[in-house]
Design a protein around this ligand. Structure first.
Ligand code: WT7
Length: 663
């Protein structure tokens, strides 16, 4: 590698500019030679016989009873996979590796914020999961019960998920960045019986009191019978007699042996709440056999995983689907060794990721474009100080990656030798759907390339639903796949309405716009609904609006996603205050604080624009499309349906003033 590539500066900039004209990158020869899959024939095979292909993938798991039917599509869109089959998720993730004699293999090289290291082996997981599973049973948890998990990135989060799976309880993990209010809402909607949380959580050198905050909002929730508290930071945790228990104490008291019980392939494995078009989050329900099949197959093939030699690092949080599928289930099913990092990318220093890659000799790194853009801003010198030569494959997930960031990732982090897999998927799809197979598919910077074998994606015309060979339209999936969501928890009608109303019960509406190019490659453009993607975090505009109007001075709010160089999209809020009140900086901070409290800090609006009035149709509906147009500085679309077209001129003026101030 040339010096310029590692030291950055003007010549790197120049090289990246030059590379922008390269249309495609073939799989590097040395990579191809050792790849698990190197024959394009797999695509054809899976296309001809998708059920045969998925059955072959399912056979890589250990089933206590083989399935009778691969796909039961008698009642679309309520599909069932591997019916009649029985298996235990935690057995597949842990026991069978121990039985195969690799119990000593490290499952997680865990690294804490203060530099602590804990190597958790498969044998360790085997011991801890059994004890905690028995402890949950002792607390009265039965198959089908919902167990909330609100934990930071510590090994106990994995143990908790697997302990639930072992006894057929359904976990409902809430990302640690969500506020306690959000946790309460999700516990209430799902009628969770138990919540597993922590005394306190560390973030960049500070410790936040989690248990105390949870107590403030959870007190009167009748359905919640028990709170289990992991002692992680040692900070004081208020405990309620009879309701609250320390994790270590109930584990010590529990029987060490908990035989894995086989469950039906369609037994619910977990719920994960995600944002939709309305303020009420959707409880995405995933079941056991199909989900595990999908994540194991994609994790192995997309990352070309060699469990004996690879050190894999997915730098997401367990609280999102990326963490469920590619920190917990996928890697464990495949017997992988992973890196698990507790902290932020800039603490204790901005080179910490690269320090960890060097320290653990990571071979595969899976990260979000927003992180890559941030590293780009910090400069190539930082990664240049560390030995990143162990890396052999890079992944991207969560939002579109701009070609420049893609090229920077390839050059500066991957040293031009590592293929990049840009993986498109969703909480709903459970597993990766559109992605290169790194030993087969030539990549194009910014494109997620082709559907994974056995996945059928199309770009269709918005109005007719007809497939488009080349051009832009709506992304749909036209055949069921094993890891698909089964429903929205307790909201079957909303499930059908949201995903299968537009083009019928056999066509899954993704909610993204996409383009297909002359080679059949997919380019994801972004959401078509009122969902915003801030740093790969999915938010609904309606959710943020309802948080903002909770501020006593706010009369009305309209929230949009505005393109942002760092975070992909950022939240901009148009706010009308009550009466004659001036929108001061104090009110701005108060509004941001309300959003942090109701949803989480990551949802705080980046910009607040005071609006005397909002653009509304004659029937009173806010026209967010027009707000997006002015926020992006685009020519205004049709304004004739507005009750008062004059509103737009005033808002445009505000935006201009605001920009002048920022500059
Ligand atoms: C939405 C799903 C996939 C796990 C993390 C996010 C966007 C996701 C990509 C990608 C372009 C992407 C889509 C999708 N998205 N991956 N590689 N390229 N966009 O899961 O929170 O359910 O969000 O994220 O808009 O619909 P999620």
């Amino acid at each position: 590698m040339s010096d310029s590539a590692t030291t950055g500066g003007e010549s790197l900039e120049h090289e990246l500019e030059t590379l922008l004209s390269v249309e495609r990158f073939d799989p590097p020869e040395p990579f191809k030679e050792q790849a698990l899959l190197d024959d394009p024939e797999v695509y054809e095979r899976a296309r001809r016989d998708p059920q045969g292909w998925w059955a072959e993938q399912a056979a890589a798991l250990d089933w206590s009873r083989e399935w009778d039917t691969v796909l039961d599509d008698a009642n679309p869109p309520f599909y069932k996979w591997f019916t009649g089959g029985k298996l235990n998720a935690s057995y597949n993730c842990v026991d069978r590796h121990v039985e195969a004699g690799i119990g000593d293999r490290v499952a997680y090289h865990w690294r804490g914020e203060e530099g602590e290291e804990r190597d958790v082996t498969y044998a360790d997981l085997h011991r801890d999961v059994q004890r905690f599973a028995n402890a949950l049973k002792d607390l009265g948890v039965a198959p089908g019960d919902i167990v909330g998990i609100y934990l930071p990135m510590i090994p106990e989060v994995v143990v908790s998920m697997l302990a639930c799976a072992r006894i057929g309880a359904v976990h409902n993990v809430v990302f640690g960045g969500f506020s306690a209010e959000s946790v309460r809402e999700r516990m209430e909607f799902s009628e969770a019986k138990v919540l597993i949380t922590v005394d306190g959580a560390r973030r960049k050198g500070r410790t936040a009191p989690i248990k105390a905050t949870v107590d403030d909002v959870m007190g009167d929730l009748a359905t919640l019978e028990t709170i289990v508290v992991v002692r992680s930071t040692g900070i004081d945790a208020p405990m309620t007699d009879g309701r609250d228990h320390f994790y270590d104490e109930i584990c010590d008291a529990a029987d060490p042996v908990c035989p894995p019980e086989p469950f039906d392939a369609e037994h619910p494995l977990f719920i994960l709440y995600t944002s939709g078009s309305t303020a009420k989050p959707k409880g995405i329900l995933h079941t056991t056999g199909g989900y595990l099949t999908g994540v194991a197959a994609t994790h192995r093939h997309v990352f070309d995983l060699k469990p004996e030699s690879d050190v894999y690092w997915c730098a997401a949080d367990v609280g999102w689907i990326t963490g469920h599928s590619y920190i917990v289930y996928g890697p464990l099913l495949n017997g992988a060794t992973s890196v698990m990092w507790e902290g932020a990318p800039d603490f204790p220093h901005q080179g910490i990721w690269w320090e960890l890659v060097e320290r653990y000799k990571a071979t595969i790194l899976y990260a979000a474009p927003t992180a890559i853009r941030t590293f780009m801003k910090w400069g190539a010198e930082l990664p240049g100080k560390y030995d990143l030569s162990s890396l052999r494959l890079l992944g991207s997930v969560g939002e579109p990656i701009n070609p420049k960031a893609w090229l920077w990732y390839r050059r500066v982090i991957g040293g031009d030798r590592c293929p990049i897999v840009d993986t498109w998927w969703q909480t709903e799809t459970g597993a990766i759907m559109i992605t290169p197979l790194p030993g087969i598919v030539a990549t194009k910077p910014g494109s997620a390339t082709l559907p994974f074998p056995g996945i059928f994606a199309e770009v269709v015309d918005e109005s007719t639903g007809e497939p488009i060979d080349e051009g832009q339209g709506l992304l749909v999936l036209t055949q069921p796949w094993p890891s698909m969501l089964r429903t929205l928890y307790k909201e079957d009608d909303r499930f059908v309405e949201t995903y299968f109303a537009r083009f019928g019960e056999r066509t899954y509406l993704v909610g993204d716009a996409a383009r297909k190019d002359k080679d059949g490659y997919f380019w994801i453009i972004g959401r078509i609904d009122d969902v915003v993607n801030v740093s790969g975090h999915r938010l609904s505009t309606a959710e943020v609006e309802s948080a903002i109007v909770a501020h006593e001075r706010v009369a009305e709010a309209a929230v949009i996603g505005q393109s942002d160089e760092d975070t992909g999209q950022a939240i901009a809020a148009f706010v009308t205050l009550r009466g004659e009140i001036e929108g001061t900086d104090v009110v701005v901070e108060e509004i941001r604080a309300v959003v942090a409290e109701r949803i989480g800090r990551f949802a705080r609006p980046k910009r607040i624009i005071w609006a005397d009035d909002l653009p509304k149709t004659r029937s009173g509906k806010i026209m967010r499309r027009l707000l997006r147009d002015i926020a992006e500085g685009r020519a205004l679309g049709d304004v004739t349906t507005l009750r008062d077209p004059g509103v737009m001129g005033a808002l445009e003026q505000k935006i201009k003033e605001g920009q002048a101030q920022e500059n």
